[in-house]
Design a protein around this ligand. Structure first.
Ligand SMILES: Cc1cc2nc3c(=O)[nH]c(=O)nc-3n(C[C@H](O)[C@H](O)[C@H](O)COP(=O)(O)OP(=O)(O)OC[C@H]3O[C@@H](n4cnc5c(N)ncnc54)[C@H](O)[C@@H]3O)c2cc1C
Length: 408
């Protein structure tokens, strides 16, 4: 724990979370590739009950929703600890994406009815959810262009559209769909977020999309879905019509802190495995791998890069806590691409140090790489975040491409 970001409640809470992770969850990794998904979820559901009885449930929730009201900076450090076992940690503590984002969104902007029907069962871990924004036919990097339409008829919306990469759609009770409700409005006011129960006959689950050859199951899967004359009551609209992008910003800001801290936890895990291999692999008689300078370079660089990333992310989390996500927008862009690349670099080095073993399922390295390569693409590709940050910096030098303003 970085002392400068430690608070009394974190000092009390974090060791409990770490102890739970190492006692109850890390041992499950041994059988990760041998168990079926059903067996794994059954095990994790039992562990969820233990989280509840340990008083560690709902750590991410605000006080008025029955949580501890941790700041983003505090919860970020919990998120790092949970990422010691990235496939089990967040899920077992019910703070896995995309549910955590949907929970925050409904907590802030949901109506009383939406909270009762969707938010509360989500918080209790009784249901799961997904988020449907990206479409195969349009560049997700420019989400103002969407083909999905929600047309209002009386007290209903009729939704038609095609989405993919709706993560965790299999087994989800509802999705939050981003659809155009106001096609004539300016481009950031066209879309809205609407709740669609997956039991709705107009919601079609088409298929799970394999990633690097793995189809996944349940929460750990990504689906193509269609909305075909899908009728939902207007009461399923979140917030007001046309507020979709504003809500997306609210949802994604804290979400990026959660992801970044999870990636930092994963990079720590990769570095730990790298070091263990460096001191256990004999490369010549009496010579360990860790005695080679190349490997020492990997270790030293990884150590500093992880520490630098953590300080950066926690400082941005603190800025969000103090000023809100919109004010910290460009700093959030900075950590998103910086930490995703750092994590992938450390993972790649750890794989390299393990040689062929690093590519197998004998360690969690290859699985982490397979699942997290997308980090440089989802929630905004690297290039989009870099562009947004750079253009904001260049504004200070008189270049504003939106206003077509160039320095004299
Ligand atoms: C594992 C995974 C899970 C996901 N989960 C969800 C989910 O739950 N819900 C959901 O709605 N979506 C989800 N997504 C989709 C994700 O948000 C999109 O993939 C992302 O927004 C990029 O959109 P795209 O794939 O259409 O790529 P495109 O927009 O077509 O971009 C392709 C590439 O072009 C480059 N590029 C784009 N814009 C620029 C630019 N301005 N300048 C220079 N280069 C540029 C980048 O390299 C980018 O990777 C997920 C994606 C992945 C991989």
């Amino acid at each position: 724990m970085e002392k400068v970001f430690a608070t009394d409640r974190l000092v009390e809470l974090l060791p409990k979370v770490k102890a739970f992770v190492s006692k109850e969850l890390l041992p499950l990794e041994e059988g990760h590739h041998k168990r079926s998904a059903e067996e794994t979820y059954k095990l994790l559901d039992a562990k969820r009950e233990k989280v509840k009885s340990a008083g560690l449930w709902g750590l991410h929730l605000p006080k008025h929703e029955g949580g501890l009201g941790l700041t983003l900076c505090e919860f970020g450090q919990i998120s790092e600890a949970l990422a010691q076992t990235p496939f089990y940690g967040h899920y077992t503590f019910n703070c896995q994406a995309p549910d955590i984002g949907n929970t925050e969104l409904l907590g802030k902007f949901g109506s009383d009815d939406q909270k009762k029907t969707y938010l509360h069962p989500l918080m209790e871990g009784k249901i799961r959810s997904c988020f449907s924004m990206t479409e195969p036919e349009f560049a997700g990097s420019n989400p103002t262009r969407l083909g999905t339409l929600a047309v209002r008829r009386g007290d209903k919306y009729i939704i038609n559209g095609h989405k993919w990469f709706s993560s965790s759609a299999e087994g989800a009770t509802f999705t939050i769909v981003m659809a155009v409700t106001n096609p004539e409005a300016s481009k950031y006011q066209r879309a809205s977020m609407i709740i669609v129960p997956t039991s709705n006959p107009g919601f079609k689950h088409i298929r799970k999309i394999p990633i690097f050859g793995e189809t996944g199951a349940g929460w750990a899967s990504h689906s193509e879905v269609r909305f075909e004359n899908c009728e939902v009551p207007v009461g399923n609209l979140i917030g007001v019509e046309g507020s979709g992008f504003q809500l997306a910003q609210e949802r994604l800001g804290p979400g990026r802190i959660h992801h970044c801290m999870r990636w930092i936890g994963m990079a720590e895990k990769a570095l730990d495995l790298m070091c263990k291999r460096a001191v256990s692999r004999e490369i010549d008689e009496g010579v360990m791998l860790g005695e080679k300078q190349f490997i020492q370079g990997f270790i030293a660089e990884s150590r500093v890069e992880i520490d630098a990333a953590r300080l950066l992310v926690l400082s941005v989390a603190t800025a969000i806590d103090m000023e809100g996500a919109p004010a910290a927008r460009h700093r959030i862009s900075g950590i998103k691409f910086y930490v995703a690349n750092m994590m992938l670099k450390v993972l790649d080095r750890a794989i390299q140090v393990h040689g062929a073993l690093g590519l197998t399922d004998e360690t969690m390295l290859a699985t982490m790489f397979q699942h997290e390569r997308g980090a440089r693409i989802w929630d905004g590709a690297d290039e989009v975040h870099k562009q947004s940050l750079a253009l904001n910096i260049l504004k200070g030098y008189g270049l504003d491409i939106k206003k077509k303003k160039r320095p004299a």
